[in-house]
Write a protein that binds this ligand. Structure first.
Ligand code: PA5
Length: 442
């Protein structure tokens, strides 16, 4: 399963220090396993890979088949944060980068911003498409998705009529509470439940992620299998547990060596949203009480030509965690050229993936020489199974790591601060008292 390689940290840390942090990580592992730590009412994600009801999986497949029968060619998935990033990560990683397959709806996202231009352009696409919508909000009250959904819902109702609209809108929300639940009941939408004991950023293996991923044509059963196999591996307590090792090393680098920034490094544009999902997972779980490692990301080799200079020679505050994909799914071989004006004949007959692998090795040595420790996290390939495995690995390691750091991984109190100000400025009823006060400060 996920392979952790820590040799890129050997020249930075002492063996005894690592052993000490392994001990701390094992204590944190026990807290997570015993379910007695902070936030222990949000641990439903731990058993999702083996708990997910067959009804949920077949329910996702039924929506997919029903919308296919209705000729739907565009699915707008409305959601933000944990109700968005997991699905986007999987769909971006698994989709063909350029060609959209026939017979599968295009899945696009809304409700993750308040950009008017974005929404206007999305509605241009909806106007030319046969459209359906999945609206995802655990609370059912988040402003960004609520605004987007109001606009998408109006379009679907106007275009297909109210009755047909109720078959073209599916909600993923709380089982009993919230405005979205009330609306769904009233309008007769099909609904899927976000379990009470699973927080947004840990919800990719609930219908929050599974439904959009299934609608985009991917195999959610294989994804759950990958997560289940990774869970099985992580159930083995010990110093060779991959999550324990990752948690131990990142906390050691942070606490003893001042490495306050972790850069998740990928070598495929397909994994840009894996990094976005990871940043939310670690940022919201650890960044509190004045603590935490700042999660950043780069996509190489593109970012070697933008961020590479800083990583090589700038402030020495970071370490890298590199997602190492063992094999590409497709093969492209570099040809020979008689004139060789580009002087690339030395690569003739080589696969492009060989160049990518040599770039990774070259960067590894250069960055270590430049003072940047490197953790490697290995997966075999980019497919549903391995994405399931990496989702579960990062979630589990996040729980262990946050407990080593001494914070509650499962709350996000800081997310509320901007909302209060925004509501006051938008003059939401109930926030009148704060409006004048805020206006004076801006
Ligand atoms: O991880 C989290 O809890 C957050 O990122 C939420 O997922 C995000 O704020 C969206 O919340 P909701 O699903 O309630 O609309």
């Amino acid at each position: 399963m996920i392979k952790v390689n820590l040799t890129g940290c050997n020249s930075f840390v002492k063996e005894a220090e690592y052993k000490n942090y392994l001990g701390k990580a094992l204590e944190a592992y026990d807290v997570l396993s015993s379910e007695k730590g902070a936030g222990n009412d949000f641990l439903g994600w731990k058993t999702l890979p083996v708990d997910v009801d067959e009804d949920i999986i077949s329910g996702c497949e039924a929506v997919r088949d029903d919308w296919k029968a209705r000729g739907v060619d565009l699915v707008i998935v409305v959601g933000i944060g944990g109700s968005y990033l997991g699905a986007r990560c999987a769909i971006e990683a698994l989709s063909h980068s350029f060609v959209h397959p026939a017979g599968v709806p295009k899945v696009v996202f809304a409700g993750n911003n308040l950009s008017e231009d974005y929404l206007a352009e999305l509605m241009d696409l909806a106007a030319q498409s046969n459209t359906a919508c999945v609206v995802i909000s655990k609370s059912g009250t988040t402003t960004e998705p609520a605004v987007a959904f109001r606009i998408v819902k109006e379009h679907i109702e106007k275009t297909y009529g109210k009755q047909e609209a109720s078959a073209r809108i599916v909600a993923v929300t709380d089982a009993a509470r919230g405005a979205l639940k009330t609306l769904s009941t009233q309008e007769g939408y099909r609904t899927f439940v976000v379990p009470d004991n699973v927080g947004g950023r840990f919800s990719v293996l609930t219908p929050v992620g599974l439904l959009p991923i299934c609608l985009a044509g991917f195999d959610i059963r294989a994804m759950l299998k990958g997560a289940a196999d990774e869970r099985e591996a992580l159930l083995q307590r010990g110093e060779d547990n991959a999550a324990v090792q990752y948690a131990a090393m990142r906390n050691l680098l942070h606490s003893e060596y001042g490495k306050a920034v972790e850069i998740l490094v990928t070598y495929s544009p397909k994994l840009v949203y894996l990094a976005e999902w990871w940043k939310q997972l670690y940022g919201e779980s650890e960044g509190k009480d004045g603590k935490g490692i700042f999660p950043a990301s780069v996509t190489n080799t593109a970012d070697l030509h933008s961020m590479g200079q800083f990583i090589q020679e700038g402030s020495r505050v970071m370490f890298e965690s590199v997602i190492k994909v063992e094999k590409a799914t497709r093969e492209v071989v570099i040809g020979s050229d008689e004139q060789n004006l580009d002087c690339l004949n030395y690569l003739a007959g080589q696969r492009v993936e060989h160049c990518n692998a040599m770039a990774q090795l070259g960067v590894r040595v250069a960055h270590i020489d430049g003072g940047v420790p490197q953790i490697e996290l290995g997966i075999e390939k980019i497919d549903e199974f391995w994405l399931g495995a990496i989702f579960y690995f990062f979630e589990f390691a996040c729980g262990v790591s946050a407990y080593v750091l001494g914070v509650n991984p499962f709350n996000q109190p800081g997310v509320e601060a901007y909302k209060k100000n925004m509501f006051a400025l938008l003059r939401k009823p109930g926030y009148e008292a704060q409006t004048e006060e805020i206006l004076k400060r801006i």
